[in-house]
Design a protein around this ligand. Structure first.
Ligand SMILES: Cc1cc2nc3c(=O)[nH]c(=O)nc-3n(C[C@H](O)[C@H](O)[C@H](O)COP(=O)(O)OP(=O)(O)OC[C@H]3O[C@@H](n4cnc5c(N)ncnc54)[C@H](O)[C@@H]3O)c2cc1C
Length: 445
């Protein structure tokens, strides 16, 4: 796949002649140094304008829905970023506190400001506000997709098929490869960073607390990809809760610690397992970028009224008064206190490890729909628990994944109680497909 650089890198504000003293790259969605088009743009501009680069990261305690688990993972990754940038001779500044205040202050003397594009409301909103506070030239870079979202489609896509058809029409250039120009440290200008109240802070060193938890960082992300390709890709078609052969790259993709483009290139280098490769690429490119298309074009992606189709709302409404044999409160669900041993096990996995295998995520959310007073309450509980516990939560995939359980990107099925025509799942299906005893052994206590 080509790099689509001209579609990725957008000048969204013209600094009108401001040369500035340095270039700022405000890193947020793309917490890595490899395959980072924002960094690449900064280096190019540095060479063209003879200005040094400062890469900033602003640490905000109280980021929407973020928990200690998310912060730890992120900080582990930022340590890698700092080390790798130092090797390139680029200064990394770790700030704490108010994003708008900190970034706009540092950008006062900047000639160019570069940032990663985000797709969620909060990310879009903060960039709009920042844009008004900065005089420099601002460049927004779409770093975490294989093909930039507007290059593929200018509207919300109906399903994986409609998106896939559009991807298939886009011309590939498989020869093009990512590279950085060399960064030659321009004469260091003293920009008095220390005198700003957002001075360069020490990045706390965070260890993994529990076994099974994820360790953040681009080095670890690449190790996982490499391990997956060497050991598990061949079994990918049979992935399931009893074997855990999937890549477990979702936390790294969420924090931008690995690029989907790098994943694609590494997978393409594998000469065998074409069926498994296609299935994996369908998930990591089509399904993942369908989720991005969903949150980008659907302004109600996170509220009950906007997440699914008319037919789905209608069929769920028709079954609102159906008897619910089991009804659980949010607390009972959160504390894995239901009659269903499989569901309790996957909720326990969610809480204790911050990860859940893909098939179990579907089962988990379908049962929340079945056991809640109504679909809207179910939706809210599912999103809340998903984002609270999963390392990869708070992602476009979170919103699309949960919405899928309510009919989004899916089709109508045989009508039944509570679900209406929404796809149904039950534990018989789990037992038929997988060795669930093996799963229970791991997560039932
Ligand atoms: C109810 C529900 C909630 C979900 N919540 C999240 C979430 O919060 N964050 C998240 O990243 N994914 C979510 N997913 C999608 C998917 O289940 C996970 O991305 C996947 O299980 C992560 O494990 P993995 O990295 O081992 O996946 P692999 O099978 O190895 O796939 C590789 C990558 O492809 C992407 N991918 C895989 N399956 C999907 C999918 N169905 N939709 C979109 N992208 C996909 C992910 O980026 C994943 O890391 C959810 C799915 C459902 C049904």
């Amino acid at each position: 796949m080509g790099l689509f650089e001209s579609d990725r890198i957008k000048y969204i504000k013209n600094g009108e002649g401001i040369k500035g003293e340095y270039i700022v790259y405000w890193m947020q969605e793309c917490q890595r140094t490899k395959y980072n088009f924002s960094l690449k743009t900064a280096i190019k501009l540095s060479r063209e304008n003879g200005l040094p680069i400062y890469v900033l990261f602003n640490y905000l305690s109280g980021y929407p829905e973020a928990s200690k688990r998310h912060y730890d993972f992120m900080l582990q990754g930022l340590k890698d970023v700092k080390d790798e940038l130092e090797i390139k001779g680029i200064k990394f500044i770790f700030l704490e506190g108010d994003i708008l205040k900190n970034i706009s202050k540092i950008c006062q003397k900047a000639g160019f400001v570069i940032w990663d594009k985000g797709y969620l409301k909060y990310q879009i909103d903060i960039r709009k506000k920042l844009l008004n506070l900065i005089d420099a030239t601002v460049i927004e870079v779409e770093n975490n997709v294989v093909i930039p979202v507007e290059k593929v489609s200018l509207k919300e896509e109906y399903s994986a098929k409609t998106l896939r058809d559009k991807y298939n029409k886009i011309k590939r250039d498989s020869e093009e490869r990512f590279f950085y120009e060399e960064y030659t440290e321009t004469e260091y200008k003293n920009i008095e960073i220390e005198s700003l109240d957002c001075s360069d802070r020490y990045i706390p060193r965070v260890k993994k607390e529990l076994d099974g938890e994820f360790l953040g960082g681009e080095k670890e992300a690449f190790k996982r990809l490499d391990h997956f390709i060497k050991n598990n890709l061949r079994f990918y078609s049979d992935k399931g809760p009893d074997n855990e052969v999937s890549s477990k790259l979702s936390p790294y993709l969420h924090f931008g610690q690995i690029s989907p483009l790098e994943i694609l290139y590494e997978i393409e280098r594998v000469k065998k397992f074409s069926k498994e490769k296609n299935e994996f690429l369908e998930e990591v490119i089509i399904r993942r970028e369908l989720a991005i298309n969903f949150v980008y074009y659907n302004k109600n992606y996170d509220s009950w009224k906007g997440i699914t189709y008319d037919w789905a709302y209608k069929t769920l409404a028709k079954h609102l008064s159906d008897t619910r044999t089991y009804l659980y409160s949010e607390q009972e669900l959160e504390e894995f206190d239901t009659h269903d041993i499989y569901w309790n096990a996957c909720q326990r996995q969610l809480v204790s490890t911050g990860y859940m295998e893909s098939y179990m995520r579907m089962y988990w959310c379908k049962k929340i729909l079945e056991w809640s007073e109504n679909p809207e309450i179910a939706y809210k509980i599912a999103i809340k628990l998903n984002n609270k516990y999963l390392y990869d939560g708070r992602d476009p995939n979170s919103y699309a994944g949960v919405a899928w359980c309510f009919g989004k990107h899916d089709r109508a099925w045989r009508e039944r109680e509570i679900f209406g025509k929404i796809r149904y799942m039950n534990s018989e299906g789990l037992k038929r497909k997988y060795n669930m005893e093996k799963y229970l052994e791991k997560y039932s206590k």
